[in-house]
Design a protein around this ligand. Structure first.
Ligand code: HAM
Length: 419
């Protein structure tokens, strides 16, 4: 029997899951504060839908199969097509629609640091808001979420707009140019130029791509001089400017940078795109997203502006661990009730049940070990307090409560615990 999970899949034991759950709860609590409402969706979609609506990159990595009814189905590699389908199908949506979901996704990728075949992903999307207010709301949320995880100072948001880039190359297939810019980090300048040449970009156009994506040129003043003076480019740049003004109002401007080398791999983005990276630049993107105003319409729904992003748990875990802020991987217990004599089992169960009714985590030894083993167990489950039910104390209606951190002990009336 194989005792390991499949490659790229993970088991989570209780301590590991407890830490992960704390992180997930902080994320979803922040999403709720920003007015995002939780949704959920099927894990399986028709392969056709995914193939038509997901990016090419994702389509190469599908977990697809034929079900028993002969249907071609796929474990969802992202939620965006499904969410766009849901928005298109709902005729009475209250706009703006602000939704989040948190579930498992599947991509048949080569497992490596931050990349798995099964992972959790938070999705945050806003529909029905055409202006940069939606982008600002989204980005402000993302900063606050990472702050809540104690990652302040450990990340940077890089923001771009595909419309600026496509204005630079009129008449060219901007999708192919985006794909190469997306790979720029992994290529030498020579390789990068060679790839651009393959797209028949002349020397001048190649220089333009290099200038646009050069790290030293990423501010409004410099970009204004580089990009063509067309109306479209002007509109896109002033939209980006307005976004940064709003980010200032939200108090998150300092965490955001313009970065024209961000284009994103997925095909459906139509405007602003962004990614969040660790400040040192060692890891893959923590999250990424952008505006995708055409997708709902492509499903036959009413054309609806949309903007969103998704965050996976794998890179987040790496960054939190490197930053020393990943929660301790241990279970938590409020009370362990230690039974010293069999005849007091009724009191033991009464106490443990009344603590549980108060919402506390309470345990007693259901495998009936000796007192010393029960105390050891209390330690192993990180019980904050242990309640000893002993003959002498019980005669006066008391039990002994020990604080496991300080070792302090005090007599407490049973009536007080179960009241
Ligand atoms: P994506 O860039 O494909 O975008 O994925 C977003 C995030 O999901 C990544 O930054 C990463 O954290 C995580 N992720 C992706 N693939 C894997 C993997 N194999 N293993 C672990 N983590 C992974 C999207 O999925 C878009 N649907 C985002 C979006 C939402 N755009 C608009 N709304």
């Amino acid at each position: 029997m194989q005792l390991q999970p499949l490659r790229g899949f993970r088991d989570f034991y209780p301590g590991e899951m407890a830490a992960r759950r704390k992180v997930f709860d902080k994320i979803t609590a922040t999403a709720r504060c920003y007015g995002f409402r939780e949704i959920d969706m099927p894990s399986l979609e028709s392969t056709e839908l995914i193939k038509r609506k997901s990016g090419d990159e994702i389509v190469e990595e599908l977990f697809s199969f034929t079900d028993k009814g002969g249907r071609e189905v796929t474990l969802i590699p992202e939620t965006t097509p499904t969410i766009a389908r849901m928005v298109g199908a709902d005729k009475v949506l209250l706009k703006p629609v602000k939704w989040f979901s948190f579930g498992k996704l599947w991509r048949y990728e080569e497992p490596q640091a931050g990349r798995l075949r099964e992972f959790y992903q938070l999705n945050i999307d806003i529909f029905g808001a055409p202006g940069v207010e939606a982008e600002a709301e989204l980005l402000a949320f993302s900063v606050r979420m990472l702050d809540a995880l104690r990652l302040s100072g450990k990340f940077v948001l890089r923001i771009s707009d595909r419309n600026i880039l496509s204005e630079c190359f009129p008449g060219q297939d901007s999708g192919s140019i985006f794909r190469i810019i997306d790979k720029k980090q992994k290529l030498s300048e020579r390789e990068f130029r060679a790839q651009l040449e393959l797209l028949n970009l002349n020397m001048e156009q190649q220089e333009l791509v290099l200038a646009l994506t050069d790290e030293g040129n990423q501010d409004f003043g410099k970009l204004e001089n580089i990009i063509p003076k067309t109306e479209q480019a002007r509109v896109a740049l002033s939209r980006l400017r307005k976004l940064f003004e709003l980010l200032e109002l939200y108090g998150v401007r300092e965490r955001c940078r313009i970065d024209m080398s961000i284009v994103r791999g997925l095909a459906y983005y139509t405007g602003m795109v962004f990614e969040c990276h660790d400040a040192v630049g060692e890891l893959r993107a923590l999250f990424g997203g952008g505006r995708y105003d055409k997708l709902v319409g492509l499903f036959g729904g009413e054309p609806t502006p949309a903007v969103g992003f998704a965050l996976g748990d794998a890179v987040l875990e790496l960054l939190m661990k490197r930053s020393g802020v990943w929660p301790a991987e241990k279970v938590e217990t409020d009370y362990m009730v230690v039974l010293t004599e069999e005849k007091h089992i009724d009191t033991c169960i009464r106490i443990v049940e009344s603590l549980r009714r108060k919402g506390l985590v309470a345990e007693w030894d259901i495998i009936r070990r000796k007192v010393s083993a029960q105390v050891k167990f209390a330690d192993k489950i990180y019980a904050k307090k242990t309640i000893f039910i002993g003959e002498d104390e019980l005669k006066d209606g008391n039990v002994l409560v020990r604080d496991m951190a300080t070792g302090e002990q005090k007599l407490v009336p049973v009536s007080e615990i179960i009241s």
